[in-house]
Each structure stands twice: as C-alpha cells, then as structure tokens.
Design a protein around this ligand. Structure first.
Ligand code: APR
Ligand code: PHB
Length: 401
C-alpha cells in the first residue's frame, strides 16, 4: 500500500472533476484526479451536448476553448413544435445570447489532452473505495488500482464522481430529494446530416421528440418512451419511422443515416443537500441530476467546478473561507433554479400518459402561452442561455500562473 499526499483529491474525470482540476492547476494548487474507468472509456461516453454561454467562457478561461471555438456550432435559438406549428425562440433577440452545441465527450477529450500535456497528476482505472476522516483537516481517500490498495491524504476532497459515486455515501447528514418521471428518452447518434439548423423540441400526441446534432454530419435524436422501456423492441427502422412521425412537418425532414449508438436515459430529478461535509465537497452529478429537457446537467457540473475552485483558491491564497462555507448554499440555489426550468420544459413538451382532459388543456395553454407572449418566450430564452459568467471568475484569474 502506498500513501500519497496532495492538496486536493478529485474523484472522477468527468466534466466537473476535470474543470476543477484545471482551474486549480492553473492557480498552482496541487491536485490528483482518480478515475475508475480508462481514458478511452470516458472519452467515448456519449452524453449531453449544449453549452450555455457561461460554460463556453469558463472553458476558454481554463485554456481549452480553441477546438470548441473552431468546431462548436453556435445556435442563436431553438424551435418549439406543437400542434402542427413550429415556433422559433430567438435567443439573440430575446436574451442577447446563444448556446454552443459541442459534445460533452469532446469537452472531456480537450481537458484530458491538455491535462496530460501539462503533466498534471491523473490516474485512470483507479477506483476510490472510501473517504475516511471526512470531517477532519486531512481527509483520506482509499483507492484500488490493478488490485493494489493505496491512499491519498489531502486538505480537500472533491467528489465529482457522478450518480453512482461514493461521494454522497461519505456525507452522513445527506438528504436526497427525488422526482421520477414516468418516461425516459431513447437516444440515438447517427451519421446523418441534420435536417435542421437549430434544435427542434417537438410535442406530439405520439410523445415528445428532440432533433439535435453533434456536427454538420452527425445527428443526435431522442424519443420519449415509457420509463424502463425495453430497447429490444426498437429496431433501427422503427426508430426512424417514429422520429419521422413525431418530428416531420412542412420544412422539416428527418435525414436517415447509419445509427452508431442507441441508449436509454431515465428522466429523473435529484438534489442532495448539503453539498459539503467537513472538507469533502460534492460537485456535478454526484449532487444533482436534472432531466435533460432543459440541457442543464453539463452546465451545472461546470458551474459547481468553478464555484469550488474559486472557494479553494480564495481559502488557500487569501485565507478567506467564506466561499467554502457558502459553497453548498450557493450551488443549491442555482441547482433548484435549473430543476425548475428542466421541470417546466419537461412538462411543457412531454406527453403525459396519465393526463385527463383538464391537464391536457392546461398543457396546450402553456404551449400557446410561450409563443403568444413575448414575456414568456423571453423567460424561456434567458433561462436556456443562462447568465453570463460570474464576475467572481475574474478574481481567480489573477492567481493563474
Ligand atoms: N472512483 C473513481 N472514479 C469514479 C468513481 C470512483 N469510485 N465513481 C465514479 N467515478 C467516475 C466515473 O467513471 C465518471 O467518469 O466519476 C466520473 C463522473 O463523471 P460524470 O458522470 O460525467 O459526472 P460530472 O462530471 O458531474 O458531469 C455531469 O454528465 O451525466 C452527465 O448530464 C450529466 O452532463 C452532465 C454531466
Ligand atoms: C443533446 O444534443 O444531447 C441534447 C440537446 C438538448 C437537450 C438535451 C440533449 O435538451
């Protein structure tokens, strides 16, 4: 058994852990990332794909904005489609902003390549098994690599270990609030030119569908299906037929191509509180999950990472612990706002299998409201695009070397 020491132990090389590690390393604060999967595995994992404007600024700040700027697709709006009509929500006009479509695994690839090029310590295929002495000044993380047990002691532990990580198990005071939706998303990735310039969120009486993309030659599409759906019943032909039935309308054609990936995403909301216990901090999916309809999961993970990096940098260099003290409350305020938006978008656009006529008429009125009222469309646009990067980020840049 070897014992290591670093200033910050980060569990998980997803977007949260990698961005946190980057910001700390840029500020000269030693950190070690432990990731239970291989580099190839995390780089190939297909996940979210919409970056809010603050997330783009943050990745630029972290020094990994080059390929994102070159290859990311800037979208200045989305389409909402229901009851035979397609309505454009113009982000530029309504919220003076835009989002960037760029796959989460591309963000992960950029961060890993830059991290390894700098030689910042990263161990793949290293599974954290226990966080000991969480409430002490020197919490310890035990991890297993190739059958051997090791431990690392540090001033701070950041559990950025996603939904099934060990982070939340080490917080004895944790409470988790959950909302399960009765449906899931069947998602595909296909080698096909997107038939739309911007994302189309479509309600139909067959269920919700989303037309998204990863590039000008790769489409990403989703279908609402009942929770726990067996993918065995979904041949590629059936998937395309259903996508066409739910999405196609005058001016919108679904282009077919070879399907390279099929997956099922449960629709779930969870919020765990508090996000801190002693010197152990939760960030990203380890603390919260949002249903994908609002495209907020990746953005929340990046914002937690910025918040935590800022708090640690201020505590180390300015001897100011206020950021650490306020970390959980600050993040949770933003998390509940994102939950509210994701829940609104989900209810606005999905077929509610159990709805009676009253509930259906209310949903119709909500759908009409967002296209008839400039105030409602503006609210949707502002919340989708998100606020500009927090001015606090400028304060940490002065510590960058
Ligand atoms: N030890 C080491 N690594 C672990 C452990 C462990 N015990 N448990 C989990 N991990 C790793 C996972 O293998 C994964 O690579 O932690 C990482 C967590 O990364 P993500 O799941 O990508 O979570 P996060 O960084 O919070 O990013 C959230 O991912 O699921 C999407 O919609 C979500 O876009 C959002 C983003
Ligand atoms: C995606 O492209 O994967 C995507 C886009 C928008 C969403 C969810 C997922 O709301």
């Amino acid at each position: 058994m070897s014992n290591y020491h670093t200033r910050v132990t980060i569990i998980g090389a997803g977007p949260a852990g990698l961005v946190l590690g980057h910001l700390l390393s840029l500020a000269g604060i030693d950190n070690l990332i432990l990731e239970r999967r291989s580099r190839e595995y995390v780089e190939a994992r297909v996940r979210a794909g919409v970056l809010e404007r603050a997330s783009v600024s943050l990745l630029e700040l972290a020094g990994v904005g080059d390929r994102l700027r070159r290859e990311g697709l800037v979208h200045e709006g989305i389409y909402l489609q229901f009851n035979g009509g397609r309505h454009h929500i113009d982000f530029r006009e309504l919220a003076d902003g835009a989002v960037t479509v760029y796959g989460q695994q591309e963000v992960v690839k950029d961060l890993i390549a830059d991290r390894l090029a700098h030689g910042w310590p990263t161990v793949f295929e290293a599974e954290a098994t226990t966080i000991a002495d969480a409430d002490s000044l020197g919490p310890r993380v035990l991890f297993r690599q190739q059958g051997d047990e090791h431990s690392v002691t540090s001033a701070f532990v950041a559990a950025c270990d996603g939904t099934h990580g060990i982070g939340h198990r080490s917080i004895p005071t944790l409470t988790t609030y959950t909302l399960d939706y009765p449906y899931a998303w069947l998602g595909i990735l296909a080698r096909a030119r997107p038939g739309t310039d911007e994302l189309v969120y479509s309600y139909s009486d067959r269920g919700f569908a989303l037309y998204s993309m990863r590039s000008t030659s790769v489409s990403r599409l989703y279908l609402q299906v009942p929770a726990g759906e067996d993918l065995g019943g979904w041949s590629h032909d059936r998937i395309w037929a259903e996508l066409k039935a739910r999405l196609e309308s005058p001016g919108l054609v679904v282009n077919e191509g070879s399907i390279t990936e099929v997956g099922l995403t449960p629709m779930r909301s969870t919020v765990s509180t508090p996000m801190r216990f002693g010197n152990v901090f939760l960030a990203g999916d380890a603390a919260h999950i949002v249903p994908p309809t609002g495209a907020k999961g990746l953005n929340l993970a990046l914002q937690d990472a910025l918040e935590l990096a800022s708090a640690i940098i201020e505590s180390v260099y300015e001897h100011d612990a206020a950021g650490l003290e306020g970390y959980s409350e600050h993040c949770l305020g933003r998390v509940w706002r994102a939950q509210r938006f994701a829940n609104y978008m989900t209810r606005l656009l999905h077929l509610d299998y159990a709805a009676d006529e009253f509930a259906r008429q209310l949903q119709l009125a909500d759908q009409r409201g967002v296209v008839d009222s400039m105030a409602e469309a503006t609210s949707l646009a502002e919340r989708y695009v998100g606020p500009a990067l927090d001015a606090r980020s400028e304060r940490i840049v002065k510590w960058f070397r």
